[in-house]
Design a protein around this ligand. Structure first.
Ligand code: GAL
Length: 503
């Protein structure tokens, strides 16, 4: 009797649940707890039969994390830790995701908050740069907690790699929500009328015309519109040196090219690489040379190079190339294998004496806990400030337009700039930041910015159209390898002709 009752109960239960069970998908997603020695592709292989399916696991886990914080947030696919809770999607879900997955769109790996995402494109991956950017993200997150920020960086100093990726996205109609853009003529390279949204309304609503200095506003305006909100002012022309090395050898930083040679000889005799340099990314030689041009020609003639008032055939340009050649003879021979920051390691280690690089180096030193650095204007540039500014722009059809607009507001705000710049190694674009928040180098940069002759950097988008700047940088990269002064000068002249500025 008891048995019969049980049988009837089982049959009744089956009758109730059977249709539900058979209608459900064959395999559901599942939780997975990371153990030592795991990595995402291993998990993907085990559960989805395909190591390449890791992006599906990352994306699904990140989406779950937004709904339930006991799930991990995976910021970097290569870094998962034992104990983390992942979500492995069903086979069907994984296949659907992978069918449209595009590795060029990092936002696909992250979840969507209740108010969507904010996809921020930049090349700030080095120490100092990354921290500064995070400082602004923190403020944004406090204000807009329902927005998931996606840090869509592409490594490579001066945007060498990022700019190409961005162009592809803009042309493909697939832009990030906002992206890093140098103030100045660089904007022309993105065909702003076609691909970008003017941000004049943000200037108006946030009172930005009152917040930034007049010269910067002039630099930012192109075709009568603002296309980006500036977060900072950087200085291109800084000579960094290792203070202990200089003290041990009773040296002071050189103020002209003859002194540079004397100091370099002394360092060489002491077994130290006098001039540390990285030329791996193809822009660094152009960067250093703009400082040498300014130091050889002076502020006015330097600026004239970009307007056609100073001919590239000028003997001063020949002299600048000779100066650079002399300096290169004191450089680390393996410079083509180094980036600006990996070359900086020589300076930190005290095996290198001097380096010329923009003041993001100050942020980088600080992020590395290195305080033994001194600074001076590179030879001939006392009283000259070779300037550039990073801004954030908004593409047309940004997927999360409102979020992007709010990001630009944070970028332009006092709060945003005070969080960003002390870590980035730049000074505020705004005029009202509190100097007490900044270290000694940055305070000195603020003073110089207020009283020096300001000239525009070409290596960082301010002085010339992107196409001319690229030709210029390419000539300098060749020069570093060949040392051929005449060929380099002819190449620079030709670049100016091709830009339509020289005859
Ligand atoms: C510049 C940029 C700086 C810094 C540097 C090195 O172009 O303006 O903010 O990031 O590149 O990457």
């Amino acid at each position: 009797m008891k048995k019969l009752f049980s049988l009837i109960m089982i049959m009744a239960l089956l009758a109730v649940f059977a249709p539900v069970v058979s209608a459900a998908p064959p395999a559901q997603g599942q939780e997975y707890i990371v153990t030592a020695g795991d990595w995402l592709s291993k998990v993907a292989d085990k559960y989805l039969g395909n190591p390449q399916a890791w992006p599906a696991v990352m994306s699904a886990t990140n989406q779950k994390n937004l709904e339930d914080s006991t799930f991990a947030k995976i910021a970097n696919a290569d870094l998962i830790e034992p104990g983390w809770k992942l979500w492995v999607p069903s086979m069907e879900e994984a296949e659907a995701f992978l069918a449209t997955y595009d590795p060029g769109k990092p936002e696909l790996l992250f979840g969507k908050g209740a108010a969507g995402q904010l996809v921020v494109g930049s090349w700030w991956t080095a120490g100092g740069e990354a921290e500064g950017l995070n400082g602004m993200f923190k403020i944004y997150k406090e204000k807009y907690p329902d927005v998931e920020i996606v840090n869509a960086t592409v490594a490579g100093g001066a945007g060498t790699n990022f700019k190409a990726v961005l162009k592809t996205r803009l042309i493909g109609g697939d832009p990030p929500d906002t992206f890093q853009l140098h103030a100045g003529l660089e904007v022309e390279g993105y065909s702003p009328e076609q691909y970008l949204e003017p941000v004049d309304d943000i200037y108006a609503s946030e009172g930005l015309e009152e917040a930034f200095p007049a010269d910067l506003l002039t630099l930012l305006k192109y075709e009568d519109h603002y296309w980006g909100v500036p977060v900072n002012i950087h200085r291109s022309n800084v000579l960094w040196y290792n203070k202990a090395v200089f003290e041990a050898n009773s040296l002071t930083p050189p103020s002209d090219f003859d002194e540079f040679k004397t100091v370099a000889e002394a360092l060489k005799a002491a077994g130290i690489t006098p001039f540390v340099l990285g030329t791996k990314d193809g822009w660094e030689a152009g960067h250093i040379f703009e400082d040498i041009l300014a130091g050889t020609l002076g502020a006015e003639k330097y600026s004239g190079l970009w307007t056609g008032d100073t001919p590239w055939t000028d003997p001063g340009v020949t002299q600048a190339l000779e100066n650079f050649k002399m300096m290169l003879s004191y450089a680390n021979p393996d410079h083509s294998a180094h980036t600006w920051d990996s070359a900086g390691e020589f300076l930190i280690a005290g095996t290198g004496g001097m380096m010329i690089m923009g003041d993001w180096t100050d942020g980088w030193f600080t992020s590395k806990g290195f305080t033994g650095y001194g600074w001076a204007p590179p030879p001939g540039t006392k009283g000259i400030f070779v300037a550039l500014s990073d801004s954030f722009a908004m593409p047309k059809n940004a997927p999360n337009e409102e979020n992007a607009g709010n990001w630009l507001k944070v970028c332009g705000s006092l709060e945003g700039q005070e969080a960003f710049n002390p870590q980035k190694g730049s000074i505020c674009a705004r005029t009202d930041c509190d100097p007490a928040l900044f270290n000694a180098y940055l305070q000195s940069a603020m003073v110089d910015w207020s009283q020096d002759a300001i000239v525009a950097s070409v290596a960082h988008g301010a002085a010339a159209y992107e196409s001319w700047a690229t030709d210029y940088k390419d000539v300098l990269t060749l020069f570093v390898a060949s040392g051929d002064v005449a060929a380099a000068q002819a190449g620079l002249q030709q670049a100016c002709v091709d830009a339509g500025i020289c005859q």
